[in-house]
Every structure is written in C-alpha cells, then in structure tokens.
Design a protein. Structure first.
Length: 184
C-alpha cells in the first residue's frame, strides 16, 4: 500500500509558488531523519527521510530552498504518510499562500480524488479528508498543510502532505499525532 516516493517530489515541484519562480525538479538524497525538519518515533512504523537543496530565482532575487521529505509506513503496510517541508532561504523570496485544496490538487495531480471534504484546522494543520485508490486498494485519506515563518508578503516555510489507510482513516490521525514538524 506504500505510495510511490515520486509523490513527494510532485508535492514539492507541483505545489511550490515562490514569487512567480518555478524550480527545477528536485534531486533527493537519503538523510538521517534526525537531521530533518521532522521527528516521528513510534514502534510499528518504518520511517525514511530525504532532502534536496535547490537554487531558486525570481526576477532579480536569488537564494536556495531546502526540501525535507518524510515517508512513514506502518509495518503491516495499511497506513502511510508522506509529508514535505519546503523552506526558502533568500531575501525577498516568499511562498504565496494558497488553499489546501489548490496546493494538494496541484501537488498530487496523479491521484483520482473522491469525496473531498475540507474539515478546517485539526492538530495545527489545514486538513481535508478524501477517498482514493492506492496500489489498487480503496483508501481513506487525509490531506494536511501548514504555512510557517510569515515574512513580508508570504511565508518562508510550507508543509504539505497526505496519509492514507486501507483500513480506517482514524489510523492516519493517530499516526499524525506522533509526528513533530515545524510549527508544532
């Protein structure tokens, strides 16, 4: 039931709006999760992390972005979560605020989403619930997003992700409470 890691790349490339600049496809390297923007410690789950550092440019401003991806999957492969942190480190380059629905559909355009329902703020994230097929299995899913580090006309960090279960969406919410991310 584990989602293809390409989805994490799509979440970055498809969902990032930096003052009209579009970054190139990110090149990810595996990292120790302890050095990432996230923390997740719970028995019964496999966790791996990746990072990419990219140069970004818009008009005359240049800088860099750091993208951390954490993939969490239950040992029984009935639950997974993929969450992406994008941090921009450049003067006068900011991410524009967009709704969870807009960012999610852009980032995860390869999914056929059914029964999308925005549920508002839950555990510090803008959240929505939906159903889809993951690896051929009907799955109950949760989409999450959070902007942090407000600066001038936008933000310098955004988190976006999704988690799905082939058994019960409540398992995703339980796992999300174990996740520590910027803004917690």
């Amino acid at each position: 039931m584990l989602m293809n890691k390409f989805a994490a790349v799509a979440a970055f490339v498809g969902g990032l709006a930096i003052a009209a600049a579009a970054p190139a496809a990110a090149d990810f390297t595996e990292i120790d999760c302890g050095s990432s923007a996230f923390a997740f410690v719970e028995s019964g789950y496999h966790v791996d992390c990746e990072r990419s550092k990219e140069n970004v440019r818009a008009d005359e401003s240049t800088g860099s972005s750091e993208i951390d991806v954490m993939n969490i999957s239950s040992d029984d492969r009935t639950v997974f979560i993929t969450i992406v942190s994008v941090r921009v480190t450049a003067a006068r380059l900011y991410m524009e605020h967009r709704s969870l629905g807009e960012n999610f559909r852009s980032a995860f355009s390869h999914l056929e989403i059914e029964d999308w329902s925005t549920i508002g703020n839950r555990n510090g994230y803008d959240s929505a619930e939906f159903n889809t097929q993951i690896s051929g299995l009907p799955s109950s899913c949760v989409a999450v997003q959070r902007y942090t580090n407000a600066a001038w006309t936008g933000y310098t960090r955004r988190l976006i992700g999704m988690g799905c279960s082939s058994v019960d969406r409540g398992q995703v919410y339980t796992a999300l409470t174990k996740l520590r991310a910027p803004g917690d």
